[in-house]
Design a protein around this ligand. Structure first.
Ligand code: ADP
Length: 260
């Protein structure tokens, strides 16, 4: 801001940007445009399951004199779609909170080795249903100070993706190692892999490499942007090594924390 005393002695506050060329407003414009695009994309994603819910409710209404047992199929559709929506809405909320710097990460010591083992247990059946062997290579006794629930969410996103984007008879390996400065949680798959182009965009919101194929897999392209946000809030980063048609390794690198 610049300060001015006007002719009538009135104090004027003039934003500095007023004096600068249009070019300097570009980042503000871009942010505004991104924000608008985000809201548009988000409402689009929310509308689709809503339409399905509404159609199913209409069907139920028309069949009001039939026994409920016969209509269980419609009710199941409703509950599945509502679940999808609830999940999506909570992801959107988390992103919106992160944008407004309102996400508070806990700082508590927890057993990261046990957490990784728990994730393997949790995801084992899903992997098997998809004909994927889920393996673990976990260093024992690694404690970490951070937000356990959020770190769990980030690792689950990577394992979930590895399973989704690996064809049957593939392998997904979750490993935990420690170096001098960092703890590394790597999720390696033998799946479809990523091009250099895709790697650059992969953390963007709503980005999907192949829209049609990925919609079948149930993703909306928010998972990695959430994982990235969580890891960044812990001062870490996610590294990607990937070769198309050969597989990918996503590694969460977290700086060692002081356990006090
Ligand atoms: P989605 O919910 O669609 O999985 P993500 O943000 O988690 O969204 O991932 C973005 C896109 O990155 C995915 O749609 C997929 O195309 C690609 N992707 C993510 N993980 C992998 C992986 N392990 N192997 C290949 N492609 C992946």
């Amino acid at each position: 801001f610049l300060l001015f005393i006007g002719s009538g002695g009135i104090l004027l506050l003039i934003p500095i940007s007023y004096f600068l060329a249009g070019k300097s407003l570009q980042p503000i414009k871009e942010t505004f445009e991104n924000q608008k695009k985000f809201i548009a994309d988000a409402s689009h994603e929310l509308r689709t399951p809503l339409t399905v819910i509404q159609t199913n409710v209409e069907v139920l209404k028309l069949k009001e004199d039939e026994v409920l047992k016969d209509n269980i199929r419609w009710l199941n559709n409703i509950s599945l779609e509502s679940e999808t929506m609830a999940h999506l809405v909570s992801e959107l909320l988390l992103i919106a909170q992160a944008d407004n710097k309102k996400v508070i990460m806990k700082k508590e010591v927890f057993d990261l080795s046990a957490l990784c083992a728990e994730i393997i247990d949790l995801m084992f059946d899903v992997a098997r249903e998809n004909e994927i062997a889920l393996k673990g290579s976990i260093a024992e006794g690694i404690d970490y100070k951070g937000d356990e629930e959020r770190i769990k969410q980030a690792i689950r996103i990577l394992v979930d993706n590895a399973i989704k984007y690996t064809p049957g008879e593939g392998t997904v390996t979750l490993s935990l190692t420690m170096t001098k400065r960092n703890v590394c949680i790597a999720v390696k798959d033998t799946g479809v892999g990523l091009t250099e182009e895709a790697k650059k965009k992969i953390f963007s919101r709503f980005y999907r490499v192949d829209d049609a194929r990925n919609r079948e897999k149930g993703g909306v392209g928010l998972g990695l942007s959430i994982a990235d946000m969580i890891v960044k809030q812990h001062n870490g980063k996610i590294k990607i090594d990937s070769v198309p048609d050969q597989g990918s390794t996503f590694t969460i690198v977290l700086p060692k924390t002081i356990l006090k």
